[in-house]
Ligand binder design. Structure first.
Ligand code: MCA
Ligand code: AMP
Length: 506
């Protein structure tokens, strides 16, 4: 008999499925409705496929596919089979995928049919044992291979610390780090949010986020599954479509860019939101101005929360109490959050310091990076978030900056170091600095300033085109300014604040 505790995340989620398994769990928008039975059976068939492949326990299953109901089923199957889900942004280019395959050593890669030609050679080089395809239109070898599998599967028992997912986050050094999240890390957070945000049966989630990140995959999906709520599932966010669908929904989760785009639509008003009980924002700062405009237009106060890939959700504005614009609210139950000065002493109310966190939701470390893992935690086990914050007299946390050099564009993270390293290798470039400039739609826009080598002629369009071949489009600077030198302080450090001030106005 297996002596492990039953901490499998799928088992936890399935406890929330409604008694009526024939009811609609997911509306895919193309006329196809998935019942709770469909979720259970199709994920079982995929889990049986993994069992037939004889994958070792804890095998990594890397996934870079367009969002679809089947992509969600693949994630659930991975959990059920006791393997490790490794989601990859669909915008990543082969050079980026190459790194993840080398680092994570997955046993399986699932990619979209259109990318097979480019990714299969990489998979072969990294000795990935199995490569499948999965298209948004349900075509591909993955579903073909699972077609004959039994639709019953006994979900594998897991210990609390067993790995469920590796979520890659870019690093300040330019190398991505795989945050190792266990079944209990994710499950404890799902339960906390279930209670804190008052998920109830009968909720309907309008799901328009990507599912290669914590926000769309864990925070949104788990809330719906755990409460047996239906999801209206769309491949991507579109403001007009959201407005058409919101009258059927009760819950929506988005990044600030989505709220800005909704407000740009004249048709977005209180009537559209009549049955909505919860709008959640996160992944990037929500401007107080957006919060206020949203309330004026709809009568609803967006609930802003704060989290990270390494920790899932950390703080949230209250469900019933006051939601304060410009703050990310209070620590979630069970999560310890502290703001400390350079010496590690707690800051006084209103004082700015480093945000550190501890709790059952906090990851165990970075995949195969013991040194970075050690550096990420304090001696007493708090994780250093790299965010700077301050708390008000009521305990509400505001994020006021970052000690890590990070740009968040449309809810996606870009580490300047990664882009600078690529620019610096290019012919004619002596050095570069990548900064984020305020952008009405994206929050921040990636911008580069490059120094030309003496006598070199640099063409902005050519530099951008060269970058687009190497990295995901969202990381590519929207503008590249060519200069003769960068501003530096007396220590010789590039003054990015000076560059931000200078180019903000250009
Ligand atoms: C797309 N583009 C972008 C971005 N998205 N450029 C900069 N930043 C972006 N975020 C570019 C594309 O490359 C393309 O450029 C052009 O914009 C249009 O692409 P399209 O796919 O049509 O864009 P879109 O549909 O308008 O997407 C914008 C979006 C999307 C809806 C804001 O980026 C999105 O869904 N963001 C959410 C990301 C997310 O889930 N973050 C959570 C991370 P071109 O045409 O030139 O190629 S989890 C997290 O942060 C923590 C844990 C947390 O707290 O949640
Ligand atoms: P990721 O590495 O993709 O998990 O992104 C996590 C980072 O997103 C955090 O460290 C914060 O810097 C940022 N973030 C998440 N939620 C918020 C928020 N509500 N306000 C400001 N920044 C946020």
């Amino acid at each position: 008999m297996d002596t492990r505790d039953d901490c499998n995340l799928y088992a936890l989620l399935a406890r929330g499925f409604p008694r009526d398994r024939g009811a609609c769990a997911l509306d895919a928008g193309d006329g196809l409705l998935y019942s709770w039975d469909d979720i259970e059976h199709a994920s079982a068939a995929l889990a049986n496929l993994f069992a037939r492949l004889g994958l070792p326990r804890g095998a990594r299953i890397a996934v870079q596919v367009e969002k679809s109901p089947e992509a969600l089923l693949l994630y659930l199957a991975t959990l059920r089979a006791g393997h490790v889900h490794l989601p990859l942004n669909t915008a990543y280019q082969p050079a980026e995928i190459d790194y993840f395959l080398g680092d994570a050593e997955p046993s399986v890669l699932v990619c979209s049919p259109a990318n097979l030609g480019r990714l299969e050679p990489l998979a072969r080089r990294h000795r990935v044992a199995h490569v499948f395809t999965l298209g948004a239109d349900r075509r591909g070898t993955l579903l073909e291979a699972a077609a004959g599998e039994a639709t019953r599967f006994e979900t594998v028992r897991c210990a609390a610390g067993d790995l469920a997912c590796i979520v890659y986050t870019s690093g300040t050094t330019g190398r991505s780090k795989g945050a190792m999240l266990s079944h209990a890390n994710i499950g404890s957070n799902a339960l906390t949010l279930h209670h804190y945000w008052r998920w109830r049966s009968g909720d309907v989630l309008l799901h328009m986020l990507p599912i290669y990140h914590v926000h769309g995959l864990f925070v949104a999906v788990h809330g719906a599954l755990l409460s047996g709520s239906r999801m209206i599932w769309r491949a991507r966010f579109d403001a007009k479509e959201a407005i058409a669908l919101l009258p059927q929904a009760t819950v929506f989760m988005g990044v600030p860019t989505m709220y800005v785009r909704l407000l740009d639509e004249p048709g977005f008003d209180a009537a559209v939101c009549r049955d909505m009980r919860l709008f959640v924002s996160g992944s990037a700062p929500l401007l107080p101005e957006t919060f206020r405009q949203f309330e004026a237009r709809t009568g609803r106060r967006i609930l802003e929360r704060y989290g990270m890939s390494e920790t899932v959700m950390l703080t949230s504005n209250p469900y019933d109490g006051n939601r304060v614009a410009g703050t990310v609210g209070l620590p979630l139950p069970g999560v310890q959050v502290r703001v400390v000065d350079d010496a590690g002493r707690p800051c006084a109310v209103g004082g700015t310091g480093a945000i550190e966190v501890r709790g059952p939701n906090v990851f165990s470390g970075y995949w195969r990076m013991p040194q970075q893992t050690r550096e990420a935690f304090t001696a007493d086990g708090f994780f250093r978030t790299g965010d700077l914050g301050c708390r008000d007299a009521n305990g509400y946390l505001s994020i006021v900056g970052r000690s890590k050099d990070l740009i968040i564009t449309g809810g996606l993270n870009v580490y300047p170091k990664e882009i600078e390293s690529l620019l610096d290798e290019m012919d004619g470039v002596a050095e570069s600095a990548v900064i984020g400039l305020p952008h009405r739609d994206l929050g921040e826009a990636v911008t580069a300033v490059v120094v030309r080598e003496p006598g070199a002629v640099l063409d902005e369009a050519a530099l951008i085109a060269a970058l687009r071949e190497r990295i995901a489009a969202f990381k590519v600077p929207r503008r590249i300014h060519v200069v003769d030198e960068l501003p530096r302080n007396t220590m010789g450090k590039v003054q990015k604040n000076v560059l931000r001030a200078q180019y903000q106005e250009s």
